[in-house]
Design a protein around this ligand. Structure first.
Ligand SMILES: C[S@@+](CC[C@H](N)C(=O)[O-])C[C@H]1O[C@@H](n2cnc3c(N)ncnc32)[C@H](O)[C@@H]1O
Length: 258
């Protein structure tokens, strides 16, 4: 039996690697990297730094699995994503069968926590469900960018007794229509919260970019007052670094913090 470990490595600060994740890193014979193409040099370096810092010795290998292009054009978004996952899983299974001996341990490193907007668990579940590859998997949780956002702003994500919704920029309007009060927005290419300006409901925003890294940048305040500043800061950072990774919490102004 091959064992696959899906290891959450935190949002960007190597200090966020938990003791449990460090122990798991040391069990891995082969790390499988799904090359997402757009992964920046900086993130690859960070991953290397984590391995160098936490793994005793150098008895591991790194094997890249080239990514499968995803069809973002079709109307059936879910179907396109699930076809893409299936194809990615087939390619991973092939590579794992060839690179990891029976009885060996493979590892997948995941930014933040593997349970939040990451497809690695689904891919590995799919791989392990395939005939011919005898494998099992475990998940080691990590500190998510959502937790780092809250910690950096020194806030509780929910108002007293209120629910928290975690969604994407693309689905933000739906959560607003559903009456959500505390909304964490991830995977937002273009500040979808701008669309809330001018509505009758007031919102507070807690925004963070490159959370957990040396470039961590925070802006907070009433949405209408700070959205232009966030837009300016975000564009300048993206220009300087060539990429941006940001997350924010929106809270209805009449909600009770705590
Ligand atoms: C594919 S999701 C991965 C989330 C990850 N599993 C987590 O737990 O944080 C990528 C999105 O997470 C958010 N994100 C991840 N790392 C971040 C960071 N260091 N700073 C700000 N946002 C981050 C951004 O919204 C980004 O678009």
């Amino acid at each position: 039996v091959r064992t696959l470990l899906i290891i959450g490595i935190g949002a960007g600060d190597p200090g966020q690697v938990t003791a449990q994740a460090a122990a798991a890193l040391n069990q891995v014979d082969v790390f499988f990297v799904i090359d997402k193409g757009q992964v920046t040099r900086e993130l690859v370096d960070l991953r290397t730094e984590i391995c160098d810092r936490y793994i005793a010795g150098s008895g591991y290998r790194i094997v890249e699995i080239p990514d499968v292009q995803r069809d973002r054009t079709g109307p059936e978004y879910r179907r396109a994503v699930s076809d893409w996952h299936a194809e990615r899983a087939a390619r991973c299974a092939e590579t794992i069968a060839g690179e990891l001996a029976d009885g060996g341990t493979g590892g997948f490193l995941v930014w933040g926590d593997p349970a939040i907007y990451d497809s690695t668990i689904r891919i590995v579940e799919n791989i392990c469900g395939r005939s011919g590859l005898d494998c099992d998997y475990r998940v080691i949780p990590g500190i998510s960018s959502v937790q780092q956002l809250a910690a950096a702003h020194r806030i509780v994500l929910n108002g007293i007794g209120e629910p928290i919704v975690i969604t994407t920029g693309r689905r933000l309007q739906q959560s607003i229509a559903d009456g959500a009060q505390n909304i964490v927005v991830m995977l937002d290419a273009d500040l979808a919260c701008r669309s809330l300006l001018g509505s009758a409901i007031g919102w507070q925003i807690f925004w963070g970019a490159y959370l957990g890294t040396a470039d961590e940048t925070l802006v907070a305040g009433p949405l209408a007052d700070v959205i232009d500043e966030i837009g300016r800061v975000r564009s300048a950072l993206r220009e300087r670094k060539g990429w941006i990774m940001d997350t924010y919490l929106l809270r209805r102004i009449n909600s009770q913090p705590g």
